[in-house]
Design a protein around this ligand. Structure first.
Ligand code: SF4
Length: 139
């Protein structure tokens, strides 16, 4: 499977992804070296499969979030390099967003950040998201 390219989200000073208690899932099948990170192993709440998440501090922040941002920026895992809160927001219908928040897999603050930034997507990217949404949820 090709590795998705790095996103160019206009984060500015936003660090909600790193501090919002959302599941920071590693993808060993796409190159993340689990042994090089501090991780927590967990059962996926939907499938029961064993998954690895970046460890978090007691306050829910990523263990690697420092006062000036990511302390492992150059070797941050795939999710951190490719996550796009705007697309995450646009592709998922409200009910699915609510479910992900309830399961602790995503956070309301991250969805809000995506909603606030969605206008920075090009018309083509926006259309692509809406098509994916239809494709995923056609049933
Ligand atoms: S590894 Fe870095 S970019 Fe990824 S969630 Fe942690 S602090 Fe944020």
């Amino acid at each position: 499977m090709p590795t998705p390219s790095q996103t160019e989200v206009p984060c500015n000073t936003c660090i909600e992804c790193c501090r919002s208690k959302q599941a920071l899932l590693l993808h060993p099948d796409q190159g993340d070296d689990v042994s090089s990170y501090q991780v927590t192993a967990a059962a996926h709440p939907d499938t029961g499969a064993l998954v690895y998440l970046l460890a978090t501090k007691e306050n829910g922040e990523c263990i690697y979030l420092g006062p000036s941002g990511c302390t492992i920026y150059l070797r941050r895992p795939l999710l951190c390099r490719t996550f796009d809160c705007r697309k995450h927001y646009l592709i998922l219908p409200r009910q699915d967003r609510d479910n992900l928040v309830r399961l602790g897999l995503s956070s309301r603050a991250v969805f809000n950040a995506g909603r606030a930034r969605q206008k920075s997507l090009s018309p083509e990217e926006r259309q692509e998201c809406l098509e994916k949404r239809e494709e995923f949820f056609a049933d």
